[in-house]
Design a protein around this ligand. Structure first.
Ligand code: IMP
Length: 204
């Protein structure tokens, strides 16, 4: 049972993330709002880490709405590219949020630098899930999912870089997995399990 918290706003304008976070939160029984409902703006994400950017978003949404807010900052880190696109994962897709283009950029960069062997394709998805309360209390929980990059992009499920990421122990990309399955094993699910444990004992 979650005590005292009845409402939560999800500080994201990314439909893919909102869908996954809503679904993960569902069993906890909160009333869930999206940032759009409170007309919350997208703050400038000028942090240097996933953690900092996540807190910028959850703090902004919580203080503007007056209720606790959950934010996710996440991205794909490719080891041979010095963890790029990393915290700039969304920016690599440009203003039009074109992830086909972002995946092509990665493919070109890795091809040009001869980084297509299996060890150069090692990558992980990172998720920093934060919760910020109107009394300025906050927590951040991290989840990482390791795997490798694969070209060509495969699968139409999920969002963002899902079609080029194969998690360790699987042959399918996240883009080929069904929603429920990805949601159980993803970086977001790992971070979420930690947050859930915390919420079950938090007294607000
Ligand atoms: P931000 O956290 O909103 O700055 O954006 C992170 C970006 O990383 C997203 O727009 C996605 O492109 C990418 N990303 C984060 N999580 C996932 C995921 O689970 N699958 C695919 N791409 C993701």
């Amino acid at each position: 049972m979650i005590k005292n918290i009845k409402e939560i706003v999800i500080a994201s304008h990314n439909e893919g993330k909102v869908k996954e976070i809503k679904s993960l939160l569902k069993p906890l029984g909160f009333k869930i709002y999206s940032a759009k409902k409170f007309e919350i703006n997208e703050p400038v994400e000028n942090g240097k880490t996933f953690r900092e950017n996540s807190l910028i978003k959850s703090k902004n949404a919580s203080l503007k709405s007056g209720i606790p807010s959950i934010a996710d900052d996440s991205g794909l880190c490719i080891l041979s590219l010095n963890n790029d696109p990393g915290i700039y994962s969304a920016r690599w897709a440009g203003k039009s949020k074109n992830f086909d283009l972002a995946m092509k950029k990665i493919e070109h960069k890795m091809t040009r630098n001869q980084l297509l062997n299996k060890s150069s394709r090692k990558a992980f998805f990172c998720c920093a899930l934060s919760i910020y309360f109107p009394n300025n209390d906050f927590r951040v929980f991290e989840g990482k999912k390791y795997g490798h990059i694969q070209f060509p992009a495969l699968g139409k499920n999920g969002f963002g870089y899902d079609p080029i990421f194969v998690p360790n122990g699987y042959r399918k990309t996240f883009g080929e997995m069904n929603f429920d399955y990805k949601e159980r094993i993803s970086h977001r699910a790992i971070a979420f399990r930690k947050m859930k444990k915390f919420l079950q004992t938090y007294k607000f």
